[in-house]
Design a protein around this ligand. Structure first.
Ligand SMILES: *[C@@H]1O[C@H](CO)[C@@H](O)[C@H](O)[C@H]1NC(C)=O
Ligand SMILES: *[C@@H]1O[C@H](CO)[C@@H](O)[C@H](O)[C@H]1NC(C)=O
Ligand SMILES: *[C@@H]1O[C@H](CO)[C@@H](O)[C@H](O)[C@H]1NC(C)=O
Ligand SMILES: *[C@@H]1O[C@H](CO)[C@@H](O)[C@H](O)[C@H]1NC(C)=O
Length: 349
């Protein structure tokens, strides 16, 4: 370091000449450090820049790596899960006679939604069945135009298609609005549940088929239920309605040749409060597979959120429950098989 005091001419006799050797001069930009120290600092600065750049790049590479693995996860489980980021804002405000304070908390959380079979996650973390969702028909966020009322098998349609090739509508219900009704139907072949065989079936408009005593109750319950007495198929026990002036009905028909005949009941109904919120499904019995009943679902607007699905032998059981008031329980094409002899159930679709 240079001693300023020693160089100050004012502390000398102004007339006196003095000399300062060259190496005592410092340039304005020189900080007075030795050359060696300067080199050391340059090396340190260079090293610092490299470390800084690495510290910036490493997280970027790590993040990219994570992104790639997230993409892979999304791809492998694309029909069942997605990851989205939601932001929620909470504001709190308190006032007293002397002070007013307002606090705002913003929380950002990552939500992962897992969708039930048959459902896909939207970017907004909702689960939709693209085979029957009007607002995601055929693919996520494809909205059917106002010319249509439903999405069926992933295609926008004006109304559901009746699936039975030779459907017979329950004649007593034709042309009338039907709500909370039961009607007896005589079949050309017996159907069997829990070893109970009959060709007389009582159809409830609320999604229930009774092989013995029946009920028109719309309020679904857990199984076994005292609402009905004998062997019963609860294909979709909910508050269903048949609107007049539409093709809505409960259809039935038997196809094939003995001993391999198939008897199908097709409910083409809607919600008690809306004629275009459909509940469309089939209940199928096979002559050569006694004690087995199959349920196949098509357009089920709420996926089973207020329905009971299952079978029971009597008001005190035994019974097999698939779902009770479970949203997303069924999707378009969901197929359930109940074996009332073994007390087992399988889902095929
Ligand atoms: C809806 O139907 C009208 C009348 O048939 C037709 O002109 C229009 O192009 C249709 N719109 C869509 C989006 O299909
Ligand atoms: C419904 O399932 C059946 C098989 O059970 C399949 O042949 C058909 O293609 C499915 N329909 C749709 C629209 O996925
Ligand atoms: C068919 O059902 C009737 C009652 O509806 C019953 O009397 C008859 O025994 C059944 N037939 C067979 C083969 O189980
Ligand atoms: C139905 O009958 C068969 C043959 O008699 C018997 O083995 C089976 O346990 C019965 N199943 C039920 C649910 O009663």
């Amino acid at each position: 370091m240079i001693d300023i005091e020693r160089l100050d001419p004012s502390s000398y006799n102004p007339d006196q000449t003095f000399s300062i050797s060259d190496d005592q001069w410092i340039s304005v930009t020189n900080n007075g450090l030795s050359k060696r120290v300067t080199i050391l600092i340059r090396v340190c600065v260079a090293t610092g820049i490299v470390v800084f750049l690495i510290s910036l790049l490493v997280p970027i590479f790590c993040f990219n790596g994570k992104s790639r693995s997230t993409t892979t996860t999304t791809t492998t489980t694309s029909t069942t899960a997605t990851t989205v980021t939601t932001t929620s804002t909470t504001s709190t405000s308190s006032t007293s006679t002397s002070t007013t304070s307002t606090s705002t908390t913003t929380t950002t959380t990552t939500t992962t939604v897992s969708c039930a079979p048959g459902y896909s996650a939207t970017p907004a973390a909702k689960c939709v069945d693209t085979l029957s969702n009007f607002y995601s028909c055929g693919s996520i966020a494809y909205v059917c135009s106002s010319n249509y009322t439903i999405c069926s098998a992933g295609v926008c349609k004006i109304a559901p298609d009746i699936q039975l090739s030779k459907p017979t509508a329950i004649p007593e219900w034709a042309g009338m609005p039907i709500d909370d009704s039961i009607q007896q139907v005589t079949l050309s072949v017996n159907i069997t549940l829990y070893n109970y065989s009959t060709n007389i079936v009582t159809v409830s408009s609320n999604g229930v088929l009774c092989l013995s005593s029946c009920s028109s109750a719309y309020a679904n319950e857990d199984l076994p239920t005292a609402s009905v007495g004998g062997p019963t198929a609860f294909g979709f026990w909910d508050d269903l309605k048949i609107y007049s002036g539409t093709a809505q009905a409960v259809y039935y028909g038997t196809s094939g040749i003995a001993p391999n005949r198939i008897t199908t009941f097709e409910y083409y109904t809607s919600n008690y409060a809306s004629p275009i919120n459909y509940y469309h499904f089939q209940i199928i019995f096979y002559e050569n597979l006694p004690n087995i009943v199959k349920y196949v679902y098509f357009e089920i607007f709420d996926g089973g959120a207020s329905a009971t699905i299952g079978v029971q032998q009597s008001s005190s059981g035994p019974s097999i429950t698939y779902s009770v008031n479970q949203a997303y329980a069924v999707a378009y094409n969901t197929t359930l098989l109940f074996n009332t002899n073994k007390g087992t159930m399988i889902r095929l679709n």
